[in-house]
Design a binder for this molecule. Structure first.
Ligand code: MGD
Ligand code: MGD
Ligand code: SF4
Ligand code: MO
Length: 699
């Protein structure tokens, strides 16, 4: 007899509803939940890998400690006690502690409610995280313009007639800062109603292939395209539509002069999209049809990422599409997280690299290795890595791994001995994914419908294992005890969630939400901006000084462009997720995916043929992989996916090691970053590519 259990897939931002069929503890099948209002039955191939994660024989089940004789298992309380004692001794010695938080932590609401307590107990100021490798430019712009780091305006794809995507590939990624499961079908529906999708990307991506138009841009030059579009939209004047005019502050008047200072032909030449196309895109976005412009990783993790995200907001304002059905709107999810977390802030942090921006108390991860290796009392000597793999995710991975070796105490919360956790003194592994409960915590405010979904654990916890939140809570208690500080009675995640749900406008209890197996659907997005904006004067701050200045800096940088070397960008594949799904045989089987895509002209120039072994070299390092010659990538640009490079010693994920690939981040350069936020620049890395030296066997 099998049983069917509803839950939300925790792997990516789409938060699809899934049906898990069990026979005892065995997963018989994982299917999409057709009754789920948000995902409507959609899943991607990664969903079935939840079963592989759950049953992964290589996964750690108990805490382990690194000893001269290898990894040694220990009891939970023993591990917590030892870590707490070592930390207390280091703290007494004045040592600095730090955190690195990885992406999967954001998909675990329970851990999210606890990890702040742990950080306070440890006494770590600020945090490094995957956010400064990813979306911090969005938070900066949202804080500046709308008064809260998490107030995101989401494209209302279900009623839109035109969506322009820059640097995003939702067909592979399933959407980011835009919880839009079933993207492909939603596009088809838009096209069926006469709408269209436009993609701007150096690669003819999976999304570009279903789009009505694809425009290739040189990496890092989208700012010129955005300035050009905005200039054309404002050509006839900068009057705003009724409804927005009253809500946008008077700094709006600075926008038109700013973009008018650019020459449209120069902008077009710089980004490689011709003037007539820029004019046409502008007029289509502004002609009154419901439309949205959206940009993601490709325009965030670049030198002018924050400027780009601001220009995108300005275009949605100028065209009247902000806060409009079919345009972009602020979701009102079941749990209104925006009301429960602070507005955030923009400050600075002193680092070995000098003063860097600090948005939401983040220390930019581009300075991670520097802070681990600096020569003064501020050197980080104890580090807690929570569900992260910075050796493969952060620029200059080789340097990061050397830096980790110098730590006095390193603790990783991870279920694997990874490229990062292999350097830890202790690894604290969580239970299997199906043994956890789930709530769409951070993703409600990003969803294409007003929505929320709680799933109870599908399986009972294996004896002797703990969920991530329990590990964080146990460690917090042990650390406070070792310091002789009082141990408060903290709310459990369920208690915290129940409180936040009841305090949200829908006002449901957790028990009521839990009973709704397909999630709670509060309907489509709706215009609401007047009640959502959280700036002090309740107005949208159109043109903050820092962004106007940044636009000036962009203007200067346009003249310093070096078109000589090849420009390296990343790539995501629907069967992979950052660095951590490569131990699933069914996801990694088939042809090697860690190839360098190169245009036939660039390949021919270098005597490279499809499948040839090639060397890619940047300022920080070199890797060897094989070439995939394809005209899906524009000339002058090459693409390698990130998250591979499992060719390090001593990893527990054996299948991943058999499909090792090489790490893109052995090539990316931490010296390159976005000045306003400290966010890493992970695309547009200048590289040399050549045929790998032939090793000739000696006679
Ligand atoms: N060059 C380049 N670099 C990139 C990117 C890029 O596009 N190009 N993308 C960037 C982006 S957007 C991101 S978000 C980062 C990701 O950066 P990270 O978050 O640092 O890396 P992940 O690969 O997501 O690794 C997550 C780790 O958490 C572990 N893990 C998975 N699930 C759980 C869990 O439930 N509990 C615990 N305790 N551990 C778990 C996995 O085993 C893995 O070791 O990478 C960034 N790096
Ligand atoms: N299958 C899968 N899904 C995922 C992930 C995954 O690893 N695999 N990771 C998840 C995470 S953590 C995130 S943050 C999201 C990311 O979600 P997306 O941002 O949608 O995904 P990416 O593939 O990084 O898309 C970036 C696109 O930008 C393009 N690009 C690079 N440089 C430039 C440029 O200068 N200009 C322009 N216009 N385009 C450029 C790239 O070719 C690429 O197509 O995906 C999430 N979902
Ligand atoms: S798109 Fe795939 S990985 Fe993402 S939530 Fe849905 S099923 Fe899971
Ligand atoms: Mo990400």
């Amino acid at each position: 007899m099998t049983t069917i259990h509803h839950r939300t897939c925790h792997i990516c931002e789409a938060n699809c509803g899934v049906l898990v069929e069990l026979e005892g503890r065995e997963v018989v099948s994982i299917k999409g939940d057709p009754g789920n209002a948000l995902s409507r039955g959609h899943i991607c191939p990664k969903a079935t890998a939840i079963a592989d994660l759950q049953s992964d024989p290589d996964r750690l089940r108990r805490p382990v400690k690194r000893t001269d004789d290898g990894w040694q298992e220990l009891e939970w309380e023993e591990a917590f006690g030892e870590i707490a004692e070592r930390l207390a001794a280091l703290t007494k010695d004045g040592a600095r502690s730090a955190f690195y938080r990885g992406n999967p932590g954001a998909h675990d609401y329970a851990l999210s409610t606890q990890s702040g307590y742990l950080q306070r107990a440890v006494g770590a100021r600020g945090t490094f995280s995957a956010s400064t490798l990813d979306q911090i430019p969005h938070h900066y712009v949202q804080f500046q313009m709308y008064g809260h780091v998490s107030l995101a305006a989401v494209p209302d794809i279900d009623r839109s007639q035109l969506i322009v995507i820059l640097g995003g590939n939702p067909v592979a990624s399933n959407g980011s800062l835009w919880t839009v499961p079933d993207f492909r079908k939603r596009v088809k529906e838009m096209q069926a109603r006469g709408g269209k999708l436009v993609v701007v990307d150096p690669r003819k991506t999976e999304t570009a292939k279903i789009a009505d138009e694809w425009h290739a841009v040189k990496p890092g030059t989208d700012t010129a395209l955005l300035v050009g579009i905005l200039q054309c939209v404002l050509e006839g004047g900068d009057a705003l539509r009724d409804g927005l005019a009253q809500l946008v502050d008077e700094s709006w008047g600075r926008v038109k002069p700013m973009v008018d200072a650019f020459d449209l032909a120069e902008l077009a030449a710089y980004c490689g999209v011709d003037v007539s196309t820029i004019r046409r895109l502008a007029s289509e976005l502004a002609d009154g049809r419901p439309a949205a412009i959206y940009g993601r990783m490709g325009v965030s993790v670049c030198e002018f990422g924050t400027l780009n995200q601001w220009l995108i907001q300005l275009i949605n304002i100028a065209t009247g599409n902000l806060d409009r059905e079919g345009g972009v709107m602020f979701p009102e999810p079941l749990l209104d997280l925006v009301a429960h977390v602070g507005k955030g802030g923009i400050r600075t942090v002193e680092t070995a690299r000098g003063t860097l921006p600090s948005v939401m108390s983040e220390i930019p991860t581009i300075a991670f290795a520097d802070e681990l290796t600096r020569n003064d009392k501020q050197r980080i000597r104890s580090l807690f890595v929570i569900a992260g793999n910075p050796v493969l995710s952060a620029p200059d991975g080789r340097r990061t791994e050397r830096a980790l070796e110098g730590l006095d105490l390193m603790v990783s919360m991870d279920m694997h001995i990874t490229e990062t956790s292999r350097h830890a003194h202790y690894i604290l592994p969580p239970c299997g994914p199906l043994e956890k409960d789930h709530f769409t915590f951070f993703f409600g405010p990003l969803s294409v419908r007003n929505y929320g979904n709680y799933s109870a654990p599908t399986l009972e916890m294996e004896e002797g294992t703990l969920a991530d939140w329990e590990i964080a809570a146990g460690l917090t208690r042990a650390i406070l005890s070792a310091k002789g500080e009082p141990v408060p009675n903290l709310p459990t995640p369920r208690e915290a969630l129940d409180g936040m749900l009841k305090a949200s406008p829908a006002g449901m209890s957790l028990a009521e939400v839990e009973a709704k197996k397909h999630g709670v659907d509060l309907g489509p997005l709706r215009p609401n901006i007047a009640s959502r904006v959280m700036t002090d004067d309740k107005l949208i701050h159109a043109a903050p000084d820092a962004l106007i200045e940044e636009c000036g800096r962009f203007a200067t940088s346009m003249s310093q462009h070096d078109p000589q070397s090849l420009s390296l960008i990343g790539r995501r594949h629907v069967r992979s997720n950052n660095s951590w799904l490569h131990n699933s045989h069914r996801l990694v089987k088939g042809p090697d995916r860690c190839t360098l895509m190169i245009h036939p002209d660039d390949a021919a120039e270098r005597g490279i043929e499809d499948g040839d072994a090639i060397t890619i070299a940047s300022r920080v390092g070199a890797v060897e992989t094989s070439a995939e010659v394809t005209d899906d990538i524009m000339p002058g640009v090459v693409s390698l996916p990130h998250g591979w490079g499992h060719n390090r010693e001593g990893l527990s994920w054996k299948t991943a090691a058999e499909h090792a690939g090489v790490s893109l981040n052995d090539l990316t350069d931490p010296e390159r970053y976005d000045r306003l936020t400290g966010n890493a620049v992970l695309n547009g890395t200048p590289v040399m590519v050549e045929k790998a030296a032939q090793v000739v066997a000696a006679e």
